[in-house]
Design a protein around this ligand. Structure first.
Ligand SMILES: Nc1ncnc2c1ncn2[C@@H]1O[C@H](COP(=O)(O)OP(=O)(O)OP(=O)(O)O)[C@@H](O)[C@H]1O
Ligand SMILES: O=C(O)C1=C[C@@H](O)[C@@H](O)[C@H](O)C1
Length: 168
């Protein structure tokens, strides 16, 4: 079976939806940010601060090649910039979770640990820069996707069920 790979902006719900899909199905999930943190034994925040963004992007490309070669039948959630790896479409069916910037930002703020959640995302430190990145990427996410799911008016179980229906 093909992998299902979730792409989308930081905080759109890739991790939450992946955990729900695991509950509802026999799929096992991997997350590219988690793989990189465990490979490096340090947080993404530290990797960005100590090595810079390009070093992190090279790790994403390395993980992408490994996923293509070694991983089958798995639900893969990704970091917000992972969709730029050259072999994305060869990893599996690409599902883009889409929502307006304000919806994403408000959902993060609504989380009890909002400040911590924002702090660990180096590219979400300045809201205007994050908004610009969102605007630049929205069209690119769409182009990279096999399936687009608008998550703005759906709860997490609804999104998970829709993905299982459309991508499995
Ligand atoms: N469909 C939804 N409805 C309401 N809240 C949601 C929905 N999806 C996610 N959330 C909430 O939005 C916040 C961000 O979700 P999550 O951490 O899963 O995003 P993410 O895409 O994995 O982010 P990142 O890739 O930056 O780690 C969480 O507080 C989560 O509970
Ligand atoms: O949108 C991005 O480019 C990023 C999102 C996070 O998930 C991490 O992968 C990292 O902070 C970069």
């Amino acid at each position: 079976m093909k992998n299902i790979i979730l792409i989308g902006f930081m905080g759109v719900g890739k991790g939450s939806v992946a955990r729900e899909i695991v509950k509802l199905s026999d799929l096992v999930a991997l997350d590219t940010d988690d793989i990189i943190e465990s490979m490096e034994n340090r947080t993404i925040k530290k990797i960005f601060a100590q090595e810079g963004e390009e070093y992190f992007r090279a790790l994403e490309r390395k993980v992408a090649l490994w996923l293509q070669k070694e991983v089958k039948g798995t639900l893969i959630s990704t970091g917000g910039g992972f969709f730029k790896v050259p072999n994305l479409s060869k990893i599996g069916t690409v599902v883009y979770l889409s929502a307006p910037f304000e919806t994403i930002y408000n959902r993060i703020l609504a989380h009890p640990n909002a400040e911590k959640k924002l702090r660990k995302r180096p590219l979400f430190q300045d809201i205007e820069k994050a908004r610009k990145l969102y605007d630049e990427r929205s069209v690119l996410y769409k182009k990279a996707a096999d399936i687009v799911i608008d998550v703005s008016d759906k709860d997490i179980p609804e999104v998970a069920k829709e993905i299982l229906k459309k991508a499995k």
